[in-house]
Design a protein around this ligand. Structure first.
Ligand code: SF4
Length: 321
């Protein structure tokens, strides 16, 4: 049986102990695919609240101020720093008490977390990395939201001994699919960006979605092979699921979209893990929404059932997740 290099195993290898990712969602952050700078409405499946339960609404001012790269002043920066600290303390205390976890990675998860004025990003990243027992940071973003300045900033943290990951949402390498899901960017430049990021010692995690509309299993595997070929340190694979109040929900209700089955998804995961190089860290390969927002597929309601089934399929081919 070969053990897959999960994020947990990787952290243990690198830090000699368990490290927990602490998800942080800061108010005011958005995405150029939502605010109109690239497109409006976002990706057809996007409903950020369903991905980020800790997005807490504290201050009405923050619902009006939205981050973007050219924002001259950020009047909610102090509030964002406060949110960052509060969310970190809440989660880290919980994991310390319940699981005796001593080290943490900050995970900036919701929306595009490099889409803000440089000074705001620097303040927030500095604050995040100065929190007690924080060994690094993982930042979720888009390939059109990362500048040389940001890479330089992150490289500085790497040089200071922190572990920095950029998590790039790729989803598919097929331009037709990216257009269909209203991704707001193509795929040109992604390979170069991965190389530039890794050259600085910043680790790259590529996100791919299986089950996008009008994609065959072979297309999904082709996307995987492409990003692996570009060079990645980690991968996050997940099934597409439909949540209420999204464009995808409309397509689903009109019969224009059929969600992927658990059997097909598990088969894809088995085939993917047989191909992915053994030193690539598997950040995640399950996903779901544990609430009434989820429309379909129903198997995405319970990640434990999902993972149990996938683990069994993997064991059949000698892989231990
Ligand atoms: S890139 Fe992310 S945050 Fe932006 S619209 Fe797509 S899913 Fe939503």
């Amino acid at each position: 049986m070969r053990e897959i290099l999960t994020l947990g195993r990787y952290f243990k290898k690198v830090f000699g102990q368990r490290v927990r990712k602490i998800p942080v969602s800061l108010q005011g952050f958005t995405c150029p695919n939502i605010d109109g700078r690239v497109a409006r409405g976002g990706c057809i499946y996007c409903c950020n609240e369903s991905f980020s339960p800790s997005l807490i609404k504290i201050n009405p001012l923050a619902t009006r101020i939205k981050m973007h790269t050219d924002l001259k002043e950020n009047p909610i920066l102090d509030m964002q720093v406060k949110q960052l600290k509060e969310q970190f303390i809440w989660h880290s205390d919980f994991h310390k008490e319940k699981f005796e976890i001593q080290k943490y990675m900050i995970y900036l998860q919701s929306y595009s977390n490099t889409y803000a004025p440089f000074a705001t990003l620097k303040t927030l990243f500095d604050e995040a990395l100065a929190l007690p027992n924080v060994v690094g940071m993982s930042i979720g973003t888009r390939i059109d939201c990362v500048s040389e300045d940001i890479l330089d900033l992150l490289e500085g943290y790497v040089r200071a001994g922190k572990e920095i990951w950029l998590e790039y949402g790729i989803q598919s390498v097929f331009p037709k699919t990216l257009e269909l899901i209203n991704r707001g960017h193509g795929i040109d430049g992604a390979q170069d960006l991965f190389a530039k990021t890794r050259k600085r010692g910043i680790k790259v995690c590529a996100h791919l979605i299986y089950g996008l509309p009008q994609e065959s299993e072979e297309m999904m595997l082709e996307s995987l092979r492409a990003v692996v070929g570009w060079g990645v340190d980690g991968l996050k694979l997940h099934p597409l699921y439909v949540v209420r109040n999204t464009a995808l929900a409309k397509m689903f209700k009109n019969g224009e979209y059929t969600p992927i089955s658990l059997e097909s998804y598990a088969n894809l995961i088995v085939r993917s893990l047989q191909e992915i190089p053994q030193d690539v860290v598997m950040h995640r390969m399950s996903s779901g929404a544990h609430d009434e927002m989820l429309l379909a597929p129903k198997w995405c309601f319970d990640k434990n059932i999902q993972m149990r089934y996938i683990r069994e399929r993997l064991r059949e081919v000698g892989l231990e997740y």
